[in-house]
Write a protein that binds this ligand. Structure first.
Ligand code: F0G
Length: 453
């Protein structure tokens, strides 16, 4: 066996599977798998700063990639199998304006802009890894269900690499246009399922198991290996110092699960000396994790979480026909597939979960936007969450906080324009910056500019 293998996330099950196996996903404990490594047989650098040397060899596409330049920390693929499109050229920016908005001291808030990836969201970090595994096993067709960004990313990798074709499942009427346009333009077979994301994900899992199609949702453990590198790049941006908090929006909980795994491994490998605390922010209209974790006390419990509690929760949800509903459409998810792995991450990092409602999310988004760059609504949940945790006194003003901005501003221009104009579901808000109608006349224009000149 190579140094890497697949193993169930449930610690009670010590089975090991070779990387060449594509395992069915409809199993107990969510059928969740991890990629594990025999670290004694991997040459891991002594310190994280070792990775800086890759900046000088970035003509090598593997060293250019913000994922694969850390390949010693996700050593599952031979170099010549790696599928990369130059993902992960993202950045950590100090943001004093947003810090002030959240109630943090100047210099204490950094935002990690993952929207700068080739397809405009953090998904590329994971899709390069899943695409690599798909290539390793010779997959000809890959699929995913998506609220939009996963499908955009998979479509991009299928189109750019040419190693496989792809089919994407999206819910009806639930997808931001920027994202749908990407899937279409990159040539994905795009199925609009009658139903929402939760329905689409259940169907794609069934279809993939049945028809031997390679599944690229975050239930795919290879994807999460790629998403670990967001943590490495954050640490690099912080000059390898561990922040006090990392705050991330929670949808299907792939990112939070990957972050937990990355941090646990780094600590085990003595590459960091302590773990930051993780805060996961649900949208108020899609708050399964918040309710289960903060209200019902669901915990990782050494790998034996209370699955009956979760079953009852979903049973009630179905009986009441509660569907996820938020303007942050990327995280409009009621049945997060990585729930159990995410509990492990919360356990390791003394984590907390909060919910942010749409008006708070959109205000936070406007503040991020006003600082330049911007983000899509779901991403701003992290900023709204930081503000709420600061107000509660859980985050201190002097804590060093990193907020993850998961997707690009232009993914969902409707949400932005509606907020600023006070159209659609958004009433005009404090930071609305509506366009000003003005006559086709210089005098009228100058009048409109009074006070600015
Ligand atoms: N932010 C954005 C912009 C997303 O697109 C997603 C997930 C999340 C946050 C949540 O991340 O699932 O790791 O907790 N989007 C998925 C999709 C579901 O289909 O594009 P998570």
């Amino acid at each position: 066996m190579t140094v890497a293998y697949q193993t169930p996330a449930a610690p009670a099950d010590a089975s090991e599977f070779d990387l060449s196996e594509v395992l069915p996903t409809c199993k107990p404990l969510g059928g969740l798998l991890d990629i594990e490594y025999d670290w004694d047989r991997v040459e891991v650098p002594d310190s994280l700063s070792w990775f800086e040397k890759r900046w000088s060899t970035r003509r090598n596409p593997l060293d250019f990639s913000g994922v694969w330049r850390f390949r010693e920390l996700l050593p599952f693929a031979p170099d010549d199998m790696i599928v990369t499109v130059g993902e992960g050229q993202t950045m950590l920016r100090r943001s004093d304006r947003v810090a002030k908005y959240c109630g943090l001291n100047a210099g204490c808030l950094h935002l990690q802009y993952e929207g700068l990836n080739p397809s405009g969201s953090f998904k590329d970090n994971g899709m390069t890894a899943a695409s690599t595994h798909a290539r390793m096993v010779g997959a000809k067709l890959a699929a995913c269900a998506s609220t939009g960004n996963t499908s955009a990313s998979l479509a991009l990798y299928a189109g750019a690499s040419g190693h496989f074709r792809c089919v994407v499942f999206v819910g009806s009427g639930k997808i931001a246009f920027g994202k749908l346009s990407q899937a279409l333009d990159y040539g994905a077979v795009t199925l609009q399922i009658e139903g929402d994301f939760d329905d689409a994900l259940m169907r794609v899992r069934e279809v993939c198991d049945e028809a031997n199609i390679y599944l690229c949702n975050s239930v795919n453990p290879f994807r999460l290996e790629g998403q670990k590198t967001i943590i490495y790049r954050i640490l690099e941006g912080m000059n390898w110092e561990v922040p006090d908090w990392i705050v991330v929006p929670g949808g299907n909980l792939g990112n939070s699960s990957a972050f937990g795994k990355a941090l646990i491994e780094l600590k085990k490998l003595n590459l960091i000396d302590r773990l930051p605390r993780l805060a996961i922010i649900n949208a108020g209209g899609a708050n399964t994790l918040f309710r289960l974790y903060e209200h019902d006390g669901l915990r990782w419990n050494d790998g034996e979480p209370d699955e009956e509690l979760v079953g009852r929760f979903y049973g009630e949800m179905d009986a009441e026909n509660r569907r996820a509903n938020t303007l942050a459409s990327a995280i409009q998810i009621n049945r997060p597939v990585n729930l159990y792995k995410c509990l492990r991450a919360l356990d390791a990092t003394d984590g907390v979960v909060r919910e942010a409602h749409d008006p708070e999310i959109l205000d936070a988004k406007a503040q991020v936007g006003a600082g330049g760059f911007g983000c899509e609504p779901a991403s701003a949940a992290s900023v709204a969450g930081i503000k709420a945790l600061r107000a509660e006194g859980i985050i201190a003003p002097s804590d060093r906080v990193v907020g993850i901005l998961t997707g690009h501003e232009l993914k969902d221009p409707d949400a932005t324009v509606n907020y600023h104009r006070g159209d659609g579901a958004s009433a005009k808000r404090e930071f609305s910056n509506a366009p000003i109608p003005v006559a086709n006349d210089a005098a009228a224009i100058l009048k409109a500019l009074e006070g600015l000149t």
